[in-house]
Design a protein around this ligand. Structure first.
Ligand code: BG6
Length: 472
């Protein structure tokens, strides 16, 4: 039997993108890590497509906001690019053309009654700061980030009510220092990754402190990729592996952001292994006293883990993998294009965790989505993509989210990844995520079936759904 899956009247129905994935590089003052990576190794990028143009939001923002309005969005997140806004990275002096661009974006959002969330960092460190100072391993870079944030707040702080410090900060050490996936593409730098975790937390807390001190009247948060770590079995060793993975990949950012302190169990392990970060008591006080006003949660897939059963020797080169291994659960449901498991119930588990263990802090889903390769084949005779699989994906996740809200979770919105197709780092435009298709050679925008569906959901504050579809 069908039931109406409902959401609060003032719920955010939105979507997210980021500056480096959508704007294009027109007029940018500096190169970021991805720009540099592409310039020096274009063969790492799917079909050789780099970040120079992407979805050309720089020139299409006005049309894009009108399309967002047309498909029912009432909120939208993008990021201010450090490498665009700041002319002088040491002083934080702004580039006036960039200020003008972001001002026009803010105005267009307002004209279309779309609440804007401005994020400050989406994996896009100016490459000079890596080359000169060692990037996020350096506390000087932490202070330069605070200068960038100050400039952003001075320029836009009274016009935008929601800021976030970082998008998925854990991806920076994970992809850049542990597993060689994103530039600087280091592998096996376990100890350095731990320092990066600490410095990013410090940077976030310092920016929260600054924002609150400026009394701008809005709110500041952080966006996390909270990926529940489900153990293979009830066996103690598998359970211990999942605690460790949760400590490292979720709580190492979530706890400082919300509770002002690092998980003691993680600090104990890192101390025992001799890889605890370099810290001062004064810095810990900053982290303690400057927690966020709200959280954004990006959720795509769960993490499944088991005890480490390999014979790898980590004694001379510490890696967190010493304590766990990834587990491929038989029968898991997959998105074959991105290689990610689809497990909607995790949204409910995340919501309950925030309610029960994090003071039910206000939060929203800041990214959730499904990237699909070759969507062209789903075009109808009029050229419109019939992406029913995406609608099903969203409905199932939203049904679990609604259940969590009925049970008292303090979730105030849902943002998809993404509104219009955008550049996915080294996957470039391989997998498309948008409600709105972009034809790259012409930059022509066309609304997919899912975009029209979203409008009805947003207007009706929910949708009819067959509850039996909710798979545990
Ligand atoms: C999130 C990021 O991790 O996932 C986005 O915040 C990213 O920047 C999205 O694009 C989807 O992942 P991918 O790698 O397929 O682009």
């Amino acid at each position: 039997m069908k039931q109406f899956i409902n959401f609060p009247e003032d719920f955010w129905w939105g979507g997210a993108t980021s500056g480096p994935q959508s704007e294009g590089n027109h007029g940018k003052a500096h190169e970021n890590l991805m720009d540099y990576w592409y310039r020096t190794k274009p063969e790492d990028f799917f079909d050789g497509v780099g970040p120079e143009i992407t979805s050309d939001f720089f020139h299409h923002y006005s049309e894009d906001f009108k399309l967002m309005k047309k498909i029912g969005l009432n909120s939208f997140r993008t990021s201010i690019q450090w490498s665009r806004l700041i002319k002088d990275l040491e002083t934080g002096e702004p580039d006036l053309e960039a200020v003008d661009f972001y001002d026009r974006v803010i105005q267009e959002a307002e004209d279309n009654e779309i609440t804007l969330v401005f994020n400050l960092h989406h994996f896009d460190l100016p490459v000079e700061l890596l080359q000169k100072y060692g990037g996020w391993e350096s506390k000087h870079v932490v202070d330069l980030f605070v200068k960038f944030a100050k400039t952003a707040f001075e320029c836009f702080g009274t016009k935008v009510q929601y800021f976030t410090t970082f998008n998925e900060p854990m991806v920076i050490p994970e992809a850049g220092y542990l597993y060689g996936l994103h530039y600087p593409k280091y592998s096996g730098k376990g100890a350095e990754a731990m320092q990066v975790i600490y410095n990013l937390n410090l940077a976030s807390a310092k920016v929260v402190e600054l924002y609150h001190s400026m009394k701008l009247g809005g709110k500041i948060g952080v966006i996390m990729n909270l990926t529940p770590a489900y153990p293979r079995s009830n066996d103690t060793k598998d359970q211990e592996a999942s605690y460790f993975v949760d400590d490292l990949f979720n709580r190492s950012f979530l706890d400082p952001a919300v509770k002002g302190e690092f998980p003691k169990t993680l600090v104990d392990v890192l101390t025992k292994d001799g890889v605890l970060w370099d810290y001062t008591e004064d810095e810990l006080k900053i982290i303690k006293n400057n927690t966020v006003d709200f959280l954004g949660v990006n959720y795509y897939h769960p993490k499944r883990v088991k005890a480490n059963e390999s014979n790898t020797d980590y004694s001379s080169n510490w890696m967190p993998d010493k304590y766990f291994e990834d587990y491929e659960m038989p029968g898991r449901r997959m998105n074959p294009y991105r290689g990610w498991e689809i497990y909607p119930k995790a949204i409910y588990d995340i919501a309950m965790n925030i309610k029960e263990n994090y003071g039910n802090i206000p939060w929203f889903i800041s990214e959730n989505g499904m990237g699909v390769e070759g969507e062209e084949k789903y075009k109808d005779p009029d050229g419109n993509i019939q992406d029913d699989y995406r609608i099903e994906f969203y409905e199932e996740h939203l049904a679990w989210l609604s259940k969590a809200i009925q049970e008292g979770c303090n979730c105030f919105g849902y943002h998809v990844w993404t509104v219009f197709d955008c550049w996915s780092w080294n996957n470039a435009y391989k997998n498309r995520y948008g409600f709105i298709a972009i034809d790259l050679p012409t930059q022509k925008r066309t609304i997919k079936k899912s975009g029209h569906w979203y409008k009805t959901v947003s207007e009706n504050h929910g949708f009819e759904y067959e509850l039996e579809e909710m798979k545990e």
